[in-house]
Ligand binder design. Structure first.
Ligand code: 5GP
Length: 196
């Protein structure tokens, strides 16, 4: 997605060879026009897959997920990272290892919002080692629903998450795939080249 790649080039900050900071349009300050385009792109890629629900994880997955839900006209559920007191005890939960924080945490979803007739599109902001997306996949499996696919805004192609999830049989769609990054710049995988 050229618009996204341009934005990453212009505004992304390479913190180190593994971490990209995109606070100015995705992770802290949100660019609604870009999110709208992202939602449309995900929707176009999954429009014929019978998606009935979108599942994401708080907080940075919510914006792209909501715009995708708007396009596909389906509800968006976000997995919570803390079991708040007002949440029902009837939950599905899974353990996820946080790439950015380097520790494990629980993600949970109320059983009310996922059921066995659902076809779920998982959306997240980044794909690194695949732990967040795999955790969301576990929640879907627990509910008896099926996974229509996984959509990530930015895949870091030099980390193992993408190949792991694809080997597990998931269809993974990334709107921008970074092959490498350093203080000298960001190299994207050229999707157009690949499709020829
Ligand atoms: P994974 O579970 O695939 O290892 O990591 C994905 C999660 O970690 C995403 O939900 C995202 O919040 C965070 N993450 C992974 N890599 C990056 C990165 O380079 N930059 C930012 N901002 N977040 C990242």
């Amino acid at each position: 997605m050229e618009l996204l790649r341009r934005k990453i080039r212009e505004k992304g900050i390479v913190v180190d060879e593994d971490v990209l900071k995109v606070d100015s349009f995705l992770n802290h300050c949100i660019d609604p026009k870009l999110m709208q385009a992202i939602g449309k792109e995900f929707a176009d890629r999954f429009r014929h897959d019978g998606v009935t629900k979108i599942l994401t994880i708080e907080s940075s997955g919510i914006a792209p997920a909501v715009f995708t839900g708007l396009e596909l006209d389906v509800p968006v559920v976000f997995a919570k990272k803390d079991l708040s007191r007002n949440m029902s005890c009837d939950i599905y939960d899974a353990c996820v290892h946080s790439f950015t924080k380097g520790r494990d945490y629980m993600v949970c979803v109320s059983k009310e919002y996922l059921n066995d007739t659902d076809k779920v599109l998982i959306i997240d902001d980044f794909l690194a080692n695949g732990r967040a997306a795999a955790g969301l996949g576990e929640l879907v499996t627990m509910s008896g629903a099926s996974v229509a696919g996984i959509g990530v805004v930015i895949e870091k192609g030099f980390q193992k998450g993408g190949s792991l999830l694809r080997e597990m049989g998931f269809r993974v769609e990334a709107l921008a795939i970074i092959d490498s990054m350093s203080e000298n710049g960001i190299i994207f995988r050229n999707e157009e080249e690949k499709r020829k």
